[in-house]
Design a protein around this ligand. Structure first.
Ligand code: SF4
Ligand code: SF4
Ligand code: FES
Length: 258
């Protein structure tokens, strides 16, 4: 085994002491949120989620946070780490620039306790864009076929894990919670540009509302915040273009399977 793996003073086993500033808020005790500091020993391969769980298990089990998969898939541990939205399970200690780290809840949603926010307003916006396939044709006896080009057209939006990192990094959303937000638009895009779907015009009408896609000021915070690397602002621009031109930029019929 390499020296880096076996020597505790080197590589992946070497540890550093992190100072974690955690924003705390317990509505049963606190009038206002406040910062609390913890010292934690962490390895380079630990994730920020591991660091927080060490604090919770060893120092203060009243800390409230959400997590599940630990693999960047469930989207439940979105939080603001050093001023940027991210999934705590996707940030490695070895990539932290300093031994000090601030952790606070994502912005723009009501805080329930510590890092736990009320996701209902976020999911209400998601539900508003009809995030399901609409097709009233008689069900075929086999799958509804698509060409690779047709499938590729909406691929980007299928990567969304509904973590809310984008919507809660968006300044127009901070100022106005009625704004449908980038995550809902990404998920609308996923169906608007799906050749099997028949409700594109309904979804576009919903997004043409005063609280719809025109609230976006193209600041790109959402794209930088997305832990799945989705080109959020580009998808929003494609929805805007469809509304302005009345034309869906879809692969040509000639490419459709016979
Ligand atoms: S590009 Fe639009 S949706 Fe994304 S953060 Fe900026 S204003 Fe919000
Ligand atoms: S678009 Fe990205 S940041 Fe926004 S909810 Fe989906 S996965 Fe999260
Ligand atoms: S715990 Fe599931 S995405 Fe981080």
């Amino acid at each position: 085994m390499s020296e880096e793996l076996t020597d505790p003073t080197k590589g992946y086993l070497s540890t550093r002491i992190l100072t974690v500033q955690l924003k705390r808020y317990d509505p049963e005790k606190d009038r206002e949120p406040h910062w609390q500091e913890f010292k934690v020993e962490a390895r380079p391969i630990d994730r920020v989620l591991d660091v927080l769980m060490k604090v919770k298990w060893d120092q203060d089990d009243t800390i409230g946070l959400r997590k599940s998969c630990g693999q960047g898939i469930c989207g439940s541990d979105a939080m603001r780490i050093n001023g940027q939205n991210n999934l705590a399970c996707k940030m490695l200690v070895q990539n932290l620039k300093s031994d000090k780290i601030t952790v606070e809840p994502i912005l723009g949603l009501p805080v329930i306790k510590d890092l736990i926010v009320d996701m209902k307003p976020f999911f209400d916006h998601y539900k508003s864009i009809m995030p399901f396939l609409v097709n009233t044709d008689p069900a075929p006896t086999t799958e509804r076929l698509q060409t690779p080009a047709q499938r590729e057209r909406f691929d980007e939006g299928t990567k969304c894990i509904l973590c809310a990192c984008c919507t809660t990094a968006c300044p127009p959303f901070w100022g106005n919670r009625e704004y449908v937000g980038p995550a809902a638009i990404v998920n609308a895009h996923r169906f608007i540009f799906d050749s099997r779907d028949q409700a594109a015009s309904e979804r576009l009408e919903i997004l043409n509302d005063a609280e719809g896609v025109w609230r976006c000021r193209t600041v790109f915070n959402c794209t930088s915040a997305c832990p799945r690397g989705i080109k959020v602002t580009q998808l929003i621009s494609e929805v805007k273009r469809a509304l302005i031109t009345g034309v869906l930029d879809m692969p040509q019929e000639a490419e459709v399977l016979a």
